[in-house]
Design a protein around this ligand. Structure first.
Ligand SMILES: Cc1ncc(COP(=O)(O)O)c(C=O)c1O
Length: 401
């Protein structure tokens, strides 16, 4: 069996049609397969590689930590400088009420921990989340995602979860003194980049404050500069009680976090003590890599390039087959009439021929399979954007044949 066949046989599969792309190496915004073919990376491992692949500062930070220690103790017991320095740096970029960071292994675990914190803090059970939202695949996170197709096979899930309509004023009326938390993506990702009205988010924040309900914003996919500001909530003039982070947080290594005010977070120290336990959460290598990635993002001023790059994509991607482009920074959903067309375009982009030697790695959205995902590393060059757009337009024309 070759490596691909062994992958299909021995690495558990979750789809009848995985990409099975055989990766050899990755550099900046380019992926290379085992045959040496290059592909422009338009998805960055699904919004993880914001600083691209192999950023020298991230690699140096990993190497430096590698020589000191790896895992030494479960979360929260030892003073580990990569965690300490990263928590401090994150808090320095956040509003003053977001000053305590709980590091987890993943986004879903951040969601789990945050929901526990909300129940513990408010002594309430009801969780309001939204149709079309994605928050992860563990059972708690699955309970709050907004699509019945993905939930149904795994019941019973968490009780007392209300799935309301995103951006709907009626959702605000539903929040009351029995609601523990309202959990939402600041901008919905997997529904194909749905941006809510600023007034709706502001009213949501106000109602949460009035009823003692925790406002929890999931910025796991949207965070770290992708929208043209460090955090998406900055666009809407709101501040969450709890902020959820993951994906780009670890600079390419696994890491998640929920961030809140210390007096809120301290609830996890009492009744029960060790209110959330994790062995590997906040791994020193992940924290060292994440801190280096965040420093590079800020110091190299990549966030300032986002809006211009978004505009180039939007200007270049014009074709009668494209129904719309929904975007919010370097994060866009290119909408086709149906999922089959989108799939054909994605497949064609991946095809490398002597005439088209540079491939394109892209994807669709979980709840919007008719939309093509564009969420490249923020370091993608303008020349690569233009090349990628040419390739997409060609794919639309060629894949019809
Ligand atoms: C918005 C959002 N929340 C939560 C998650 C779950 O993160 P993880 O896959 O690290 O568990 C994801 C993952 O795609 C996500 O996009």
């Amino acid at each position: 069996m070759n490596t691909r066949e062994i992958f299909l046989q021995h690495v558990a599969q979750t789809s009848p049609a995985s990409l099975a792309f055989e990766i050899e190496r990755a550099e900046c915004a380019t992926l290379f397969d085992v045959k040496g073919n290059a592909y422009i990376d338009l998805i960055g491992g699904i919004s993880v590689a914001n600083m691209g692949h192999g950023h020298p500062k991230i690699l140096a930070a990993i190497r430096e930590q590698l020589d000191k220690y790896l895992h030494v103790m479960v979360y929260g017991e030892f003073v580990q400088s990569p965690q300490v320095r990263y928590a401090q740096r994150l808090c320095s970029l956040l509003p003053s009420t977001l000053n305590s960071v709980y590091f987890t292994n993943s986004g879903a675990e951040a969601v789990e921990g945050a929901m526990k914190l909300a129940k513990r803090y408010t002594n309430r059970t009801r969780i309001i989340s939204f149709q079309g939202s994605y928050h992860g695949s563990t059972q708690g996170a699955l309970s709050v995602i907004g699509d019945e197709y993905w939930r149904q096979a795994f019941r019973p899930l968490l009780p007392d979860v209300w799935h309301l309509r995103y951006n709907d004023p009626a959702a605000i009326d539903a929040i009351d003194e029995t609601t523990a938390c309202v959990l939402l993506e600041t901008v919905q990702a997997e529904s194909g980049i749905l941006v809510p009205d600023a007034g709706w988010l502001k009213a949501l924040e106000k109602k949460c404050r009035a009823t003692g309900t925790l406002l929890m914003l999931d910025e796991i996919q949207v965070g770290f500069g992708r929208t043209g500001k460090c955090w998406a909530f900055e666009w809407f003039d709101i501040v969450p009680d709890v902020l959820l982070l993951a994906k780009a947080l670890g600079g390419g290594l696994p890491l998640g976090a929920f961030v809140a005010d210390k007096k809120l977070m301290d609830q996890l120290t009492d009744a029960p003590v060790l209110g959330h336990i994790t062995t590997f959460g906040g791994h020193p290598l992940s924290c060292a890599a994440g801190l280096a990635a965040l420093d590079a993002l800020v110091e190299e001023r990549w966030i300032d390039t986002v809006k211009e790059k978004e505009a180039i994509f939007r200007m270049q991607l014009q074709h009668p087959a494209i129904k719309s482009i929904r975007s919010f920074g370097l994060w866009m959903a290119v909408e086709f009439s149906d999922a089959e067309t989108c799939k054909r375009v994605i497949d064609y982009c991946l095809t490398v021929t002597p005439q088209d030697p540079t491939g394109l790695m892209t994807d669709w959205f979980l709840f919007a399979p008719h939309c093509l995902r564009i969420a490249p590393p923020l370091i993608i060059s303008e020349a690569q954007i233009k090349l990628a757009c040419e390739r997409i337009l060609k794919a639309i024309d060629q894949s019809k044949l």
